[in-house]
Structures are given as C-alpha cells and as structure tokens.
Design a protein around this ligand. Structure first.
Ligand code: SAM
Length: 467
C-alpha cells in the first residue's frame, strides 16, 4: 500500500468530495505503461508489423501505445535505434494539444529528459526548428542524448534558465511548451521521492516558480502563437491558479477552446481564486477516470498584432574552407546522394566538433548550448570522424555501405556490447571497400562501424554500450 502524505489526502478529500474514494483507490491499481512511436524513423504500419510487444493504442495520441507491464521495451535494440520513446501515457496529451506543424519554430522550455521534445520533433518531420531547453546541466545532457537517439536533425539543446533564454529569443516561437517543474502529485504512484518531498510549502514554492517561468515563456512567443502549460500535479495552486494569475497581468493571452478531448476532463474554475469560467476550457487528466497517471494542461493563445520584429542575427558559420571541403568529401564518400547534406553550407565548429545548423538558428554567443544542430563529427587532422548522432539521423537507403542485423539474432547484441564483427557470414550487408559502414537493426540505423581487412571495428559509443 502506497504511503501518501496525510495533508495531501485531506486536501484531495476536501477538493474531490464524493469522487475522493475512487481517486484514492486508483493508487492501488497497476500502473499503465506507454511508449510513443518515432515517426522520424518508422511508419505506423511498419512499427506495428515489427513490434515484439503487446501494444494497445492510446486513444488520445496518434503515436501512443500502452504496453504490458511485464515487457521491457527500454532494453531492446529497437529502443537504441530510436524507433520509440517510453513515456507516461497522460504526458503524451501535451504535444497532441500543442499540435506543432512541419516548418514551425517551437520551444520546449523545461525539456529534460525529452518526452515532449521528441514528440514535437516527430510531428515536425525534420522541417522547422526546435529549441529544447533544460536548466539542470546533467539533465540537459540526457535530453541531448535522447534528441540524438531519435535521429532529430533540426533540434538545438540549450542549458539556460528561462529568463536568460528569453533575452535571446524575444517573440521568436510559433508554439511553446512549458512542462513546468511541479510537486509531482500525479507521479506519487511511481515516484517515492515526489511523495517524500511533498508539503504544502513545496506546492506554494512550485507555484511561484511556475508563474515566473510562464512569464518568461510568454515573452518568447510570437503574436498569434500558442503556448501549452502543463504539470503532472493535481494541486489547484500549481494549475488553475497559475493560469488565473498569469491571465490577470497578460490580457493579450486567452484560453483556447480545444473542444472535448477523449480521456481529458474539464479544468475546475471553482478551485481558482476568482472562479473565472474560462478555466473550464483547461484540462485535467485523472488516474481514476483515464488510464494514465494524472496531468493538468492549458492551451493559451497570444493575440495577433504587428510585432516590432526583432531581426534574426546569423550565427558564426564555419568559414574554414579546408574543413568544409573535408565534410563534403566525407559525405560524397559515404552517401548515395550527398546533395541533401551538401545543399546547405551552414556548418558550425565548436572546438573540433562540426555541426550542421538549421537555417533558423540565431547568433548564440554567450548562450549555454549543448547541441547547436546536427552533430556531424569530430575534425581530426583535417579528417572527419562521424558522430553517433549522424548515424542515427541517417537512413540505410541513404548510405553506400551498410550492415543489417536482425533484432532477434546474437550479432546485434554483440554490436551493442562494443564487440568487433567479421564481414564473413553476415546475412544482410552491402560492403564494397574499407571505410565507414552504417549498422542497422531490421533496416533501422543504430550506429557506425569501420571496415578494414574484413573486420568491422565497433564505433558504438562506449558510454552507451550494453554490459
Ligand atoms: C516536468 S519536468 C520536464 C519533463 C519533460 N518536459 C519531458 O517531457 O520529458 C520539468 C523540468 O523542468 C526543469 N526545471 C526546474 N526548474 C526550472 C526552472 N527554474 N526553469 C526551467 N526549467 C526548470 C527540471 O529540471 C525538469 O527537468
């Protein structure tokens, strides 16, 4: 039996009244598990054909599935190939409501470990620009790894606080997600730390921080843009009351009417301070009503008007002709049709690391950036050694030399463990000469190897290798 803080129980009883018993009973039910297909890598049809898991569609999100609690999709080669992201089902509603479209500029302000970010990236389909920000350095690193694993080409990862970030991107984004740090009451079923940390004071502290983050986010939204605010907590102080307080001082914002949505319940105006009726148009996900842990969501729209358009400042592109030539030579050497990577000349050099930059990227001097774009590789004495991120962003059809290993066989496990493989006896491979080879699992890229003398030297990153 889960030990819930007594003050939390009392508060929920007061708020939920006759609904309280079924709410509390939901803590004794088995947690539901979810994963989200990554459309950058795999179509729905292919995914459903290949998946070895027992999947059931999640009704409120196109790419979402429940899987059985007995299964371990996080420990499967398809996971390392970025075919899906494991995510709590109710959290998937956030990007469903944000509805990002290819070509748009999007900000995910509190982004680690990357659930919403990878969902957004999938919807952008490689077109447009995504900035994923996380304040904590260690969590920003995990975010960056997930962006890489899912093969995202048009994403930037930053490590700023929301106020500093707003100085770089005034009125810049078409859509913004603020998946705010919260008291995590919706996570009590799976997260003991959240239960232990909870107190009424902590709820109030979270609410204050959420208000500040939301204000900074609002300053980065274009006129006419859409912002989704979300938390995984039930407390009105962090939900309806944050939105109420924000709208009081930001009359150019209004709550969007998203209509009824399957699995989502109405917001609760009676739990706000002023009782404003439009809070009904915000959403709650309850664990006793829906198969998910619990969430709050509000879709806010900024009024359209002429903005004082801040001019985009160009970043400092790499102008070193030798390095650019080397990158071009590399792509000509490994790709079937290098044009897609050679059309754009927007390379950036970070020390000896080469990145390909989205055309929307701004001058970022002084900003803490972990990943300014697609990591191409390391420049070593004017030779380019490709990055793991590039392997995951490439498709088997794009590359001259590849090896394709079945997920059910032992060789893929040997590759993931960092072992050397021999060219002999591989069931699926297209190998012509020594050099870089894209390794795949059932046709989906998973890393690089380097062929020499019939041996495939393993370039799967040491930090990711299976033990
Ligand atoms: C709910 S989590 C985000 C989950 C993430 N959106 C996802 O889907 O994977 C909130 C994040 O906000 C970060 N955070 C904490 N304080 C913050 C602040 N003052 N400004 C911005 N982000 C903050 C936390 O480190 C945490 O990673």
């Amino acid at each position: 039996m889960i030990q819930l803080p007594e003050a939390f129980r009392e508060k929920m009883k007061r708020l939920l009244k006759e609904e309280y018993d079924s709410f509390i009973d939901s803590y004794e039910m088995e947690r539901v598990q979810g994963l989200r297909r990554n459309p950058i890598k795999i179509t729905q049809e292919e995914f459903e054909r290949l998946s070895p898991f027992h999947l059931k569609k999640i009704p409120w999100v196109k790419e979402g599935y429940y899987y059985s609690g007995q299964e371990r999709p996080g420990k499967h080669p398809y996971h390392e190939a970025g075919l899906y992201y494991i995510q709590e089902p109710s959290a998937m509603a956030v990007v469903e409501l944000l509805d990002p479209r290819p070509g748009e500029t999007i900000l995910d302000l509190c982004a680690a470990p990357g659930g919403k970010t990878t969902h957004i990236a999938g919807r952008l389909k490689g077109e447009g620009f995504l900035v994923s920000n996380e304040i904590h350095p260690a969590r920003a690193k995990i975010l960056s790894q997930n962006v890489e694993r899912l093969g995202v080409k048009n994403g930037v990862v930053t490590n700023e606080d929301s106020h500093s970030l707003s100085q770089y991107f005034p009125e810049f984004f078409d859509r913004i997600v603020v998946d705010a740090p919260c008291s995590g009451e919706g996570m009590f079923r799976k997260d003991e730390a959240a239960r232990l940390q909870w107190s009424p004071d902590h709820v109030n502290l979270c609410a204050k921080r959420q208000g500040e983050i939301l204000l900074n986010a609002a300053a980065m939204l274009k006129p006419g843009g859409v912002l989704v605010y979300s938390t995984c907590t039930f407390s009105p102080e962090e939900n309806e009351q944050v939105i109420e307080e924000f709208l009081l001082s930001n009359d150019d914002f209004s709550i969007e009417d998203m209509g009824e949505r399957q699995g989502l319940s109405e917001g609760r105006p009676e739990w706000s301070k002023t009782g404003r009726k439009d809070l009904k148009k915000t959403f709650r996900i309850w664990p006793h009503k829906t198969e998910g842990e619990g969430h709050y969501l509000a879709v806010l729209k900024k009024a359209d008007r002429d903005s004082g358009k801040i001019k985009r400042t160009e970043p400092e592109y790499c102008k070193d002709a030798l390095i650019i030539k080397e990158a071009e030579k590399f792509f000509q050497d490994i790709l079937v049709d290098p044009a897609s990577y050679l059309i754009r000349k927007e390379y950036i050099l970070f020390g000896d690391q080469l990145y390909l930059i989205s055309p929307e990227m701004i001058q970022f001097k002084g900003m803490k950036v972990l990943r300014p774009g697609l990591h191409i590789g390391t420049i070593k004495k004017n030779r380019l050694e490709p990055s793991h991120a590039l392997a995951l962003a490439l498709k088997k059809e794009e590359i001259r030399q590849w090896v394709d290993l079945p997920a059910a066989g032992g060789e893929i496990i040997r590759y993931l463990k960092g072992e050397t493989l021999s060219e002999d006896g591989l069931s699926g491979a297209q190998l012509e000469k020594k050099g870089w080879v894209l390794m795949n699992v059932d046709g989906y890229s998973i890393g690089f190897a380097k062929l020499a003398g019939g041996i495939l030297k393993n370039h799967y990153p040491k930090g990711l290798r299976w033990m």
